[in-house]
Design a protein around this ligand. Structure first.
Ligand SMILES: NC(=O)c1ccc[n+]([C@@H]2O[C@H](COP(=O)([O-])OP(=O)(O)OC[C@H]3O[C@@H](n4cnc5c(N)ncnc54)[C@H](OP(=O)(O)O)[C@@H]3O)[C@@H](O)[C@H]2O)c1
Length: 311
């Protein structure tokens, strides 16, 4: 029997990766949805339809028409500083729309997989396990935590929350850049950059994240899962790993701290995840960091310096 999978936010970084992964598996019947009239990705053996998740009527219509078994909500307002400035819009997308999605799921007996973030934590005592107490510092974090709480209303054992951390991957069509591509582009152009030494993360390759999410669906898991990379490092150290993996000049990477930049939203200092639960219950195994950086940049994964086409 087909598992009818509805993916929201399918034009974003994670959404596109999930469409790629789940769209080619015969056991899934995937419907990708995004705000645009047309998909930003090409190919993929799945349907696509326009959906703004804040539109209650459109949501109900889509549930009636498609009758999903599982909804994977990748749609979110993800720019942390924009969320701090545009609070109403942020709350509508990250909190209220999830409440509506959960209600539709409950009414139709569908399961809801809600994607969330390390920014629900205050960064005082990372790396975090799933049962750590959330304490968001930013409006983005607060809205995502509210989204998590709404997702639980999908029904007993009918919800899963997948939290992740600092996601990177090869930019797909129409997705914005990410930290790896930003560092690479700057260093390649010979530009000096400043990167914080007082924020710790477990960076996550989007391909690994999509694999983890698909496992949550495949094994019909409910509850909270932390899915990220394995290595905990400062963002500055991550920039050095990118330079090293790409054979670029790491001397261009300067040090910064929380006082260097004026940003509207406060960032947690030390997050990062302990991924033991995902490893044990899902068989999740993230790839080696240097390998994934090189894959992201379209560099050969056998030698350190020769570029090749993106796999
Ligand atoms: N990227 C990270 O480092 C990171 C870290 C931790 C957690 N997360 C979480 O991971 C999830 C996926 O994020 P991502 O990295 O894939 O972000 P992304 O590339 O920004 O994708 C989010 C997508 O949601 C769409 N969207 C926004 N509002 C919508 C609405 N009202 N209706 C339908 N779609 C809407 C966006 O559409 P437009 O393209 O039209 O704007 C975008 O395509 C999010 O829940 C995010 O909070 C991400």
């Amino acid at each position: 029997m087909f598992n009818r999978i509805l993916i929201t936010g399918a034009n974003g970084m994670l959404g596109q990766e999930l469409v790629k992964l789940m769209g080619r598996k015969p056991e899934y019947d995937v419907l990708a949805t995004g705000r645009d009239a047309e998909p930003r990705f090409k190919g993929g053996s799945c349907g696509y339809t326009q959906l703004d998740i804040t539109n209650a009527k459109a949501l109900e219509r889509l549930f009636d028409d498609f009758e999903p078994d599982v909804v994977i909500n990748c749609a979110a307002m993800t720019q942390v500083d924009d969320c701090e400035r545009e609070r109403e819009r942020c709350w509508q997308v990250n909190a209220e729309a999830v409440e509506m999605l959960a209600e539709c799921c409950r009414n139709h007996g569908a399961r809801l997989v809600q994607i969330s973030t390390d920014f629900v934590f205050d960064g005082e005592d990372g790396p975090y396990r799933e049962n750590a107490r959330p304490q968001p510092l930013s409006y983005y974090g607060r809205s995502k935590l509210a989204g998590e709480n709404h997702a639980r209303a999908a029904g007993m054992d009918k919800w899963a929350i997948v939290r992740t951390v600092l996601v990177y991957g090869a930019p797909d069509q129409g997705t914005r850049g990410n930290f790896v591509t930003w560092v690479y582009d700057k260093l390649k152009a010979g530009e000096a950059i400043k990167v914080v030494t007082d924020q710790w993360r477990t960076p996550t390759w989007v391909v690994d994240l999509a694999d983890g999410v698909e496992r949550v669906v495949r094994y019909r898991k409910s509850g909270v899962f932390h899915i990220s990379g394995r290595e905990l490092m400062t963002v500055n150290e991550f920039a050095h790993r990118i330079a090293e993996s790409a054979g670029l000049d790491a001397n261009l990477i300067g040090k910064a701290d929380r006082n260097t930049f004026t940003q509207p939203a406060e960032r947690p200092a030390k997050t990062g995840f302990i991924i033991l639960k995902a490893e044990t219950e899902l068989g999740y195994r993230p790839h080696d960091l240097d390998h994934t950086i090189r894959k992201t940049l379209g560099l050969s994964t056998s030698s350190r310096s020769s570029p090749s086409s993106q796999a």
